[in-house]
Design a protein around this ligand. Sequence first.
Ligand SMILES: NC(=O)c1ccc[n+]([C@@H]2O[C@H](COP(=O)([O-])OP(=O)(O)OC[C@H]3O[C@@H](n4cnc5c(N)ncnc54)[C@H](O)[C@@H]3O)[C@@H](O)[C@H]2O)c1
Length: 278
Amino acid sequence: MTALSRYDLNGRTALVTGAGGLLGRQHVAALVEAGARVVVTDIDTKYADAAISAIRETSPSADLVAAAIDVTSQDSVRAAHEALAGRGIAVDILVNNAAIDPKVTSTPGVMHSSRFEAFSVPQWQTEIAVGLTGAMLCSQSFGGAMARRRRGVILNIASDLGVIAPDQRLYRQPGVTREDEQPVKPVTYSVIKHGLLGLTKYLATYWAEHGVRVNAISPGGVFNNQDPAFVERLMRLIPMGRMADVDEYRAAIQFLCSDASSYMTGQNLVMDGGRSVW
Ligand SMILES: NC(=O)c1ccc[n+]([C@@H]2O[C@H](COP(=O)([O-])OP(=O)(O)OC[C@H]3O[C@@H](n4cnc5c(N)ncnc54)[C@H](O)[C@@H]3O)[C@@H](O)[C@H]2O)c1
């Protein structure tokens, strides 16, 4: 086996959650490029279908299957797992990607709802349910089946904010004079992303002898036409002086989901332009 052939995913089936979003589509494209069949899932099949149409424009022969999975619902995850099994589809690679990342904007005159002192229990529960409970439920169903087959890979999509705290100066809005009206990156994002790294280590050791490897990737922010003032402030915090291009994580996804990383489990690959080491 050559080193390059270890990246080959022909004959493997991957499943990506939240695959209709910005990075989910990139993960699907990366897995397709390496030869995998990919189950493209999102909370509604219309998002999965849209992602599939976009990917087919550049990869017309891609082997793609759409499925609706609400990762917050154990019933939804189990039903999808059973439906796929009924079609003879066993998932070898699970990418826990779905998350909610609320836009940080401000409403003058009221304490901002993103601030820790005002943070509501429903918002806490909603975001944790998608970003953290969702990864647990999908790992339980699909990872459990991998462990029984004694083969599989789970990749949790964390963030540079799974390693460092958010720098709240990035999110300050000009003209908002009262401190408690300034929006912040919500506490949930930190808790979810740090939690995913805990889940990664837990499952890596739990299933190490069952042939299931579990790793995480911590991407830095992707440039997506954000407010120029925000981008300017963020760039100053990144040694490489720029945000990531949207397709810049594809090679890492291929590495972490394939036998190229066959002796790696329980780890977190930080790709953040150096931000977390400054
Ligand atoms: N974009 C970035 O700069 C960046 C940086 C670091 C980490 N990340 C992480 O990468 C992942 C993807 O981010 P993105 O920017 O593509 O986000 P996105 O908002 O574009 O996509 C998220 C997807 O999750 C789906 N989703 C929401 N609730 C769901 C549910 N209950 N069940 C199933 N799917 C659900 C949404 O429909 C959406 O398609 C997230 O985990 C995010 O935290 C993103």
